[in-house]
Design a protein around this ligand. Structure first.
Ligand code: HEC
Length: 391
């Protein structure tokens, strides 16, 4: 596909993904909040478990949570499901567009020893198998021992993360862990939560008593989803942060940040003050991430200050094939992310970003396509440490 068409498609898919995701997470959080804020009415009313008043955008709302008796559910019932499906469809489309169609972001020759076809099959296979294994586990008798089933789920997630980081480019590995979490979340909504709700609605509409244990089981999947939300949101942003995905221990950084996200969820919407202990692992994990990925040792350059001519020769050889108004590598179109190194001033202007992406992390050149050597990274590091002089 031509680069410019891909870019426009990328924009519109990402925009949709973003809007649908906000709508989905917004409605989930609203219901989590509702459940916590509802109070039993002072004078009990039949079927009413709790109620509350809200004021928003100039109007007052009264909401009741009910256990409807037979025949009580009206025909016009509002469901919340398309947000989840749209988020997933647009997300998978982006995965295909950004990672599978071009392959440039998918593999990193320094770590990957598989081809694009194998990597694509692995990625898609993981999403399908990941859901099957997770769902099977939580439908098995082990689901009655949530601590064990939870521990197994986390170990499997850690194993997938480590495996992906060994075979895919860091960015792609992160995005596949995110796609796995997102796929499980959407499948939870569509294949477990919605069918249980449908069953309960059908029962009351047929004049039978609804089986509320179905609702309880659906609720468990909803709780799982809520723990996956913050980790997934980090992964959605992660490609802006090469210090995470391009770190040598990128799998550990990701696992620690998943702990942070889940722990924050626990404190925020857990069982009140009793949930506050989770701040401790969250803070410990943040500390560990900063120690691991904070400042790689290559940040302390030793040796003399190279001349601008040397620095520019390196950039011309290793970066200019893509980062130019007239790129010789046609994969991305002119100046990816708006960055071109055609003039001496532009090289100096982007010195900080060059440091971040080609010296502190090895996120650039992308997939090290132009074969940059460690000595060249050191050279750029020393030039930038000396203030990026144009002499
Ligand atoms: C094979 C093509 C390719 C080569 C070679 C390449 N880049 Fe990039 N670069 C990209 C693409 C694609 C993006 C946009 C995606 C991204 O940011 O990861 C990008 C984005 C960037 C950005 C902007 C994002 C930010 O973090 O500010 C900087 C800076 C950058 N590259 C620096 C470099 C440097 C320095 C080199 C050479 C050492 C280099 N690149 C070599 C393809 C390349």
């Amino acid at each position: 596909m031509t680069a410019w068409l891909g870019d426009w498609l990328n924009l519109f898919l990402r925009w949709l993904h973003f809007i649908a995701g906000i709508a989905w997470i917004g409605s989930s959080f609203y219901f989590i909040w509702l459940d916590r804020a509802l109070r039993r009415p002072d004078a009990p009313r039949p079927g009413v478990e709790g109620d509350l008043w809200l004021v928003h955008s100039g109007g007052f709302y009264q909401v009741e949570k009910r256990r409807p008796g037979p025949g009580e559910v009206p025909a016009a019932l509002h469901w919340f499901k398309w947000e989840a499906m749209l988020t997933w469809i647009s997300g998978i489309a982006l995965l295909v567009l950004v990672y599978y169609l071009s392959g440039a972001f998918l593999l990193d020759p320094a770590v990957s020893n598989i081809g694009r076809g194998t990597a694509t099959a692995l990625g898609i296979g993981l999403l399908v198998a990941g859901w099957a294994v997770y769902d099977g586990l939580w439908r098995s008798p082990l689901a009655h021992r949530p601590a064990i089933a939870g521990a197994i789920s986390l170990l499997l997630l850690a194993a997938c993360t480590i495996l992906l980081c060994q075979v895919l480019a860091g960015r792609a590995a992160y995005m596949h862990v995110g796609s796995l979490l997102g796929t499980i979340m959407v499948a939870n909504v569509w294949m477990r939560i919605i069918p249980a709700q449908r069953e309960m609605v059908a029962a009351t509409q047929a004049g039978r008593a609804a089986d509320f244990t179905l609702g309880e089981r659906a609720k468990r999947r909803s709780v799982h989803n809520s723990y996956m939300t913050f980790p997934l949101l980090f992964i959605m942003l992660s490609h802006h942060y090469p210090a995470t995905y391009a770190s040598a221990l990128n799998w550990l950084v990701l696992l620690l940040l998943l702990v942070v996200g889940a722990a924050v969820r626990h404190v925020m919407i857990g069982a009140g003050p009793r949930a506050r202990w989770a701040i401790v692992p969250a803070a410990a994990a943040v500390g560990a991430v900063v120690l691991i990925a904070g400042r790689p040792s290559s940040a302390t350059p030793s040796g003399g200050v190279p001349s601008f001519a040397e620095a520019r020769a390196t950039i011309n050889a290793r970066c200019l094939p893509c980062h130019s108004a007239y790129p010789t590598d046609a994969t991305f179109g002119p100046a990816p992310s708006g960055v071109a190194f055609d003039t001496p001033e532009s090289v100096a202007r982007y010195a900080d970003r060059i440091l971040a992406r080609a010296v502190l992390t090895e996120a650039m050149p992308l997939g090290n396509k132009t074969g940059m050597t460690p000595a060249e990274r050191q050279l750029l590091g020393r030039w930038i440490a000396a203030g990026a002089p144009l002499r």
